[in-house]
Design a protein around this ligand. Sequence first.
Ligand SMILES: *Cc1c(COP(=O)(O)O)cnc(C)c1O
Length: 216
Amino acid sequence: MYKELLTEIESKHAKLLAVSKTKSNEEILELYQKGQRLFGENRVQELLPKYEALPKDISWHLIGHLQSNKVKFIAPFVKMIHSIDSFKLLEECNRQAAKCSRTIDVLLQIHIAKEETKFGLSEPELFQLLDQLGERPLKNIRIAGLMGMATNTHNETVVAAEFEGLRLLFDKVKQNYFPGQHQFCELSMGMSSDYKIALEHGATIIRIGSLLFGAR
Ligand SMILES: *Cc1c(COP(=O)(O)O)cnc(C)c1O
């Protein structure tokens, strides 16, 4: 399964992020031994012991909702945070990254799903945040792109429209706020159930859990 999935994703010039939440260190190591280095967790409390125990050349991505008071725990090592949804959270990431003399890559999470429960910025909130950043640049943060989660539905037309909307938004932000800048280059969308659709609509990071590790 792993090799086929990797080949499929890489053939579309995207990266596979293995979502290892609820999975044991042994299960993670099994994938590591096949060559996987990008892993994603959605809770800080679960990420910390895994970071401690597992090989240090793993790139850890935080993909779940993040509280400001937890940023300090992951700032020393986290490779990318996918779930930035406020300027206040960005400022805290910047402050903690500066303390560690690091730059942290972040994605701005956009609310694209129909469900109320999913986190993320609306379009107006996104542009407000980008304007705030324009006035007050944060030196230890690199805005690397956008992230989104589609509605949890079997209706592929709905999912495709949401992913296409996110890609158009990505293009617009790149053009207006990061013209010619290589840093704004990642579009994190697609999970086990909808990754094929995400690949068709320009995803560069696919976040896969259950398809790789089995159902949780
Ligand atoms: C769990 C999770 C995934 C992976 O979901 P699967 O359906 O298991 O592939 C992707 N993104 C986020 C934000 C998650 O929390």
